[in-house]
Design a protein around this ligand. Structure first.
Ligand SMILES: C[S@@+](CC[C@H](N)C(=O)[O-])C[C@H]1O[C@@H](n2cnc3c(N)ncnc32)[C@H](O)[C@@H]1O
Length: 422
């Protein structure tokens, strides 16, 4: 993805003095800590710098390999990759927009050759080898306790015991509201005997912990957290278009875990009839409510689920599968940016454009342009958002022949776009 695709998403450039260098990061209002590099991130970096700067020039001792778990725009992993004691860093996040910023920020700071950026839900998509000397994580405080615990313990299972950081190290920073939970997790029976906490530093708002396997202890590779149910939360029950009851398993970390949101309900009121074999693109899929609603209406359609968030994609896909939607009817696409004009998305999807596009919370003009560009001739998009957001989108010129109409309902607007038949 070219940097120009990021342009409409960039909020500002933030500086970071680290390791004797002045680094800069492009940030987005849609990502964590867009005004400055987070105070917790900086605290964690300060505790790691002495361990990864041994004074020897690059090449004299084996460089450390870093995993930045939940990298955001890359502040931790990119900064660590600039240190002379670091050979390579893998940065992972569930958010595709974060991944695109992290990639751009690695290049901006001249370390793209040492940095690999890939999507992962927790540790689920991190290659299973014990490959890392340091797992660094600014823990997502709202991810849910089971998810956080799985990250804290799972990280021990990807450490490389024989590397330059003896035994490997997990280094995390947490915000005050979860510090006691994290301390209790590390001290719980069965774990405390098998790890050593080598550093704890508390400020009013944050705590940093460093811990590693106790001598002679090897932790198993982490299991697939999503499949094991660490994200599981509740059940969302609703009636489909025929009034029949449907239930979906839902997860922590996404809205609408026990009922559909008002925007989603508003969309269902405006859905056209869906033909068999129609290609239906659902964006911002959330817990999977709209995908399932549409599938119940037309089980012979083909579904393309598009989202920034890997957790949403996996949850919506699982919801469809749980109701016996055939696997080959579902495609998923983890998309961070849509390109300035949408033309690239349209080209990407050419030959397989969508007959129906459905989405909620489409706020970004670039996303709107991309969606409209992916509509097949005779196709229709039904998008719901706040009335303010929709007013902004309506001001955008549409390609020739397309029409956009709005219906309002209590601060919510439904925006419908129709393309002419060929
Ligand atoms: C507190 S932010 C830290 C971002 C960055 N490391 C920094 O220090 O600025 C946490 C990040 O974790 C990501 N995240 C949350 N839950 C995750 C999960 N289950 N798997 C992967 N990433 C996750 C979020 O998208 C977010 O970018």
């Amino acid at each position: 993805m070219s940097t120009s695709n990021l342009a409409p998403y960039i909020h500002r450039e933030v500086p970071l003095e680290f390791g004797g260098r002045r680094l800069t990061f492009a940030t987005s209002l849609d990502l964590f800590s867009s005004h400055q590099v987070d105070v917790g991130t900086r605290l964690l970096l300060r505790t790691l710098e002495p361990l990864l700067t041994d004074g020897s020039p690059r090449g004299e001792r084996e460089g450390a390999r870093i995993l930045d778990l939940g990298c955001g725009y890359g502040a931790l992993g990119v900064a660590l990759a600039t240190l002379p004691g670091v050979a390579a860093a893998r940065l992972v996040d569930r958010d595709a927009l974060a991944l695109e910023f992290a990639r751009a920020n690695a290049a901006r700071n001249g370390v793209e050759g040492r940095v690999t950026v890939t999507a992962s839900l927790g540790l689920d998509d991190v290659p299973a080898e014990r490959g890392y000397d340091v797992v660094a994580c600014n823990v997502p405080g709202k991810a849910g306790e089971a998810v956080i615990a799985a990250m804290l313990v799972g990280a021990l299972g990807v450490l490389r015991p024989g590397g330059p950081i003896s035994g490997g190290l997990v280094a995390i920073v947490v915000i005050e509201p979860i510090r006691e939970f994290v301390a209790a997790t590390l001290a719980r029976a069965g774990l405390r005997e098998r790890i050593e906490v080598t550093l704890r530093r508390d400020t009013a708002d944050y705590s940093v912990f460093h811990y590693r396997p106790a001598p002679g202890v090897a932790f198993p590779a982490p299991t697939d957290g999503f499949a094991a149910g660490v994200y599981d939360r509740d059940t969302l029950s609703f009636e489909d278009a025929r009034g029949e009851p449907v239930s979906l398993p839902t997860v922590h970390g996404l809205p609408g875990y026990d009922r559909p949101g008002p925007l989603e309900i508003a969309v269902t009121r405006r859905l056209p009839e869906v033909k068999a074999e129609a290609r239906v693109l659902v964006t911002n899929v959330g817990q999977g409510y709209l995908s399932v609603y549409l599938w119940r209406a037309q089980p012979a359609a083909r579904f393309l689920l598009v989202d920034r968030d890997l957790l949403a994609l996996r949850t919506a896909r699982r919801a469809l599968l749980s109701l016996r939607c055939a696997e080959d009817r579902i495609e998923t696409r983890h998309v961070g940016t849509w390109g300035a004009s949408g033309a690239d998305r349209a080209a990407d999807a050419r030959g397989d454009l969508a007959d129906l596009i459905v989405g909620v919370g489409v706020l970004h003009e670039a996303e709107y342009a991309g969606l409209v560009g992916a509509l097949a001739p005779g196709g229709r998009a039904v998008l719901a958002g706040s009335s303010t957001a929709v007013t902004r989108l309506l001001a955008r010129p549409l390609p020739a022949g397309m029409t956009a109409t709005r219906t309002r309902h209590r601060g919510i607007s439904i925006l419908e776009v129709a393309t002419p038949r060929m």
